[in-house]
Design a protein around this ligand. Structure first.
Ligand SMILES: CC(C)(COP(=O)(O)OP(=O)(O)OC[C@H]1O[C@@H](n2cnc3c(N)ncnc32)[C@H](O)[C@@H]1OP(=O)(O)O)[C@@H](O)C(=O)NCCC(=O)NCCS
Length: 144
């Protein structure tokens, strides 16, 4: 997951943030960021192709938050993000979440709009490694 996260950030988020910020955020391997997430109640899911992780995402039911969604760059634009997002939305709906929030990276805002999320306000996202990134808070109402 950490390798997918770092490649995805370095190749797909770099246009929105620049290489200095992305290097500080995702330059070093830090698999413990996912251990921290799990300890904070994140449910983490992966999509596998031929036994390799190509996409992962996490939701936190208590926080009513979609925590992350990353696709490996070689498979970007082929609908995998959309597929895992639908799965995460379904999980949140079944768990009783009424409004699912997320803090979108600037490059992913259109993707979330296409998937039913509505922009609320500009914000700043604090990564688990303490890097601050400009972001957009978005929400989607969920119906059972
Ligand atoms: C956002 C993301 C999860 C979407 O997943 P996906 O499987 O690529 O989704 P889609 O197939 O629906 O395509 C998404 C976008 O990629 C674009 N795209 C198409 N081919 C592409 C390619 N080869 N490489 C990169 N992007 C491509 C599409 O035009 C589309 O753009 P839009 O959303 O601005 O309209 C994925 O692009 C990603 O991991 N981005 C980097 C990490 C990130 O920002 N995650 C969100 C954190 S909140």
């Amino acid at each position: 997951m950490d390798a997918v996260f770092r490649k995805s950030a370095q190749q797909l988020c770099v246009k929105a943030y620049g290489s200095d910020i992305v290097d500080a955020w995702a330059g070093e391997p830090r698999p413990d960021r996912f251990v921290l997430g799990a300890e904070n109640g994140d449910e983490q899911y992966v999509l596998l192709l031929k036994g390799k992780i190509v996409c992962f995402g996490a939701i936190n039911i208590d926080k009513q938050l979609l925590e992350s969604l990353f696709v490996t760059p070689s498979h970007a634009g082929s609908g995998l993000g959309c597929e895992l997002l639908k799965f995460l939305v379904e999980k949140a709906t079944i768990a009783g979440v009424k409004v699912l929030r997320l803090d979108s990276s600037l490059n992913a805002v259109n993707f979330y709009v296409r998937n039913g999320f509505v922009e609320q306000r500009e914000s700043e996202f604090m990564s688990k490694s303490g890097i601050v990134l400009k972001s957009v808070i978005m929400e989607r109402a969920l119906y059972k």
